[in-house]
Write a protein of this length. Structure first.
Length: 636
């Protein structure tokens, strides 16, 4: 492995912070002229640093699909504001705060003809407002806009919201003067309403709600003048591809999403900055002759989140040449300002790979920031490693039909996530440097990995094995899973880590893994014996249908398929599922388990073991939906 000290000396915290500052000045909404300006600015940064970069343009047209991602129209906006008539005051102004408009809003002009503003303060259930006339009015809601699609069915013109997403780590009061990043995601199908609206802070919302209630007591409504000068049309999205050529065309990827509103610094100008600096440092050191040209090519792909990755992978289909990837999404927040540890999210069990171990090694090397009294390296940045979860572009790379194992480097909790207060003052250049170094250590070492480096990966695999085994054991001891599930999960883990060991051949070619595999088998067999376990979790053998996947990549969102005429199919499925939270964390897991060999029962069992919950009902329903959508077919 390359000595990481040469990278640590070359990374500049000032450059990192400057790039965050520059990128965050752009209002980077997906498929917009503003995002395009940001991509063009990134090209200038690359040119200044002598990096080989180009912009890749893809159609933003609702009739176009990239893998399983349906496109949408480009959106532009020039001006927008919302004024209260009496008392006279400006409630929202795009020129002052870009996030004060619901992104992708359709145009409207009520400047000369004010409209009523109706407060909906009885929750999101439309039955509470059956007798309320919303036709030609704006509505003021206190929840997320996705809970209120029905207001347009009742003729509403638009929405005003002061919603703040609350979690166990942040409450409304913590962001009382902030605004939530809110956007429509139009599907552009027949009958879809023209959504538009504005966003207020909780503080401004509480004041407006009080005024609305007083007016209601007097039997009248407040009135507002709404103006949005915007347009939606067929256009384009852009990916920025930065390349450090290797001696062959096998490829290691870095990824970060360039989109999100101004300023949106940690999410995700931080990831853009860290990866650009990583490429800059590697490129400079190679050109200066301080490190050799990599054996394999290294590419950075800066994208509109998800959309750009689907587009890129639909156009670059030689997936077998992709050795691995790291996605950086929110990686520079001040850990003294309620920003959590830098977190490495592993690949799913359906994508077994030693890239997890290389990422763990890269983290450890980045953490050599200081020395203990004994002279041992000490990390000043808080970091951790956790199992796979979704939420960003790594899930697209990890899909088994793509099979480019991709870990994610992220940060959670994030106090200002998707709010107007995700500004430059939340960025810590030292944390950002740590993330940048992690990316460099991963990318450069994977691009030069040899058989001599493999023992380092096996050493990290020991930590990985212990972590996963301990997690299942703790769930069993805490009564969250029974002994049958614990036992079968241990057998599942053994098979998984044996497959991870086999993955070394993709990275370095022929390698004798027999000794390592024998050791893993002995380790798990010892635990299985010590805990008196059996592979006893039930398999429903009556669910014996076998499916073949007829699509590439994960499913972006099921609602997209309504545009293909499957509206009634989706409606029936949603009625069967009921609470959508029942599918949380399951859909991708189910899809990833379809291999043309496993029965439905085996898939349900596998998903249950991986998620530590009985997933049979959801698996059967979801596979039935995929068959109805003609995305999977029965193996005869």
């Amino acid at each position: 492995m390359q000595d990481s000290t040469i990278f640590a000396a070359a990374v500049s915290e000032k450059r990192l912070l400057n790039t965050v500052k520059e990128v965050s000045n752009f209002h980077r909404i997906q498929a917009s002229p503003m995002y395009r300006e940001a991509a063009e600015h990134v090209m200038k940064i690359c040119a200044k640093n002598g990096l080989d970069a180009k912009i890749l343009s893809y159609e933003a047209d609702p009739d176009v699909w990239y893998l399983q991602s349906k496109m949408f129209k480009e959106w532009s906006i020039k001006e927008a504001y919302l004024d209260l008539v009496d008392p006279e005051m400006r409630l929202a102004d795009y020129s002052h705060e870009a996030i004060s408009v619901i992104q992708k809003s359709y145009p409207i002009d009520c400047r000369q003809n004010p409209v009523d503003l109706v407060l909906l303060d009885k929750g999101a259930d439309p039955r509470a407002y059956e007798d309320l006339d919303l036709n030609g009015k704006f509505v003021f809601i206190r929840g997320h806009i996705r809970q209120y699609p029905w207001v347009y069915e009742k003729g509403a013109l638009g929405i005003v919201t002061d919603y703040i997403m609350e979690t166990s780590n942040r409450k409304r009061k913590d962001l009382y003067q902030s605004l939530t990043y809110t956007s429509y995601w139009h599907t552009h199908i027949e009958g879809e309403p023209e959504g538009r609206g504005f966003v207020l802070s909780p503080e401004a919302g509480d004041k407006l709600a009080e005024l609305c209630r007083k007016a209601r007591e007097e039997g009248k409504y407040l009135q507002v003048r709404a103006y949005i000068d915007s347009a939606l049309y067929n256009g384009h999205i852009e990916d920025v591809e930065v390349t450090i050529p290797g001696k062959d065309d096998k490829t290691v990827y870095l990824s970060a999403h360039l989109c999100h509103p101004r300023s949106s610094c940690n999410d995700n100008a931080s990831g853009v900055s860290a990866t650009l600096e990583a490429m800059n440092v590697m490129n400079r050191l190679i050109k200066d002759g301080k490190i050799p040209q990599p054996q394999h090519t290294i590419k950075l792909i800066l994208i509109p989140e998800f959309t750009g990755t689907f587009a890129y992978l639909s156009d670059h289909t030689e997936y077998d040449k992709g050795l691995g990837a790291m996605n950086l999404d929110m990686v520079g927040g001040k850990q003294t300002r309620f920003y959590g540890p830098i977190t490495l999210t592993r690949t799913p069990h359906s994508t077994p790979s030693l890239n997890n171990e290389l990422c763990m090694y890269a983290l450890e090397q980045a953490g050599r920031e200081a020395s203990s009294l004994a002279g041992d390296p000490v990390a000043l940045t808080n970091y951790r490693v956790e199992p796979h979860s979704g939420g960003s572009d790594h899930t697209v790379y990890c899909d088994p039909t793509v099979n480019i194992p991709c870990c994610m480097l992220g940060q959670w909790p994030d106090l200002n996530y998707h709010t107007a207060t995700d500004t430059l003052d939340v960025i810590d250049p030292a944390v950002l440097k740590f993330s940048c170094l992690t990316a460099i250590n991963f990318a450069y070492n994977l691009a030069n990995l040899t058989c001599d480096d493999v023992p380092q990966l096996f050493a990290k695999q020991d930590e990985h094995i212990i972590a996963e085994k301990t997690a299942y054991l703790q769930k069993y001891l805490d009564g969250k899973i029974d002994k049958a599930m614990f036992g079968s999960a241990m057998y599942r883990l053994k098979d998984y880590f044996l497959a991870c060991t086999d993955s070394v051949t993709k990275l370095v070619g022929e390698y004798d893994t027999s000794a390592e595999k024998a050791r893993i088998e002995a380790l798990f067999d010892g635990w299985i014996k010590a805990y008196d376990l059996q592979d006893a979790y039930p398999l429903d053998e009556t669910l014996n249908t076998v499916y073949h996947r007829d699509f590439v990549g994960p499913i972006q969102q099921l609602s997209d398929y309504e545009a293909l005429g499957y509206g009634e199919v989706l409606k029936a499925y949603n009625e069967k599922i009921g609470d959508p939270w029942k599918m949380m964390g399951l859909a991708d897991n189910i899809t990833n388990s379809i291999d043309g060999k496993r029965t439905v029962g085996e898939i349900a069992r596998l998903v249950s073991l991986d998620t530590c919950r009985d997933a049979k009902e959801q698996t059967v329903l979801y596979l039935g939906l995929l068959e109805d959508l003609k995305l999977i077919s029965r193996v005869q």
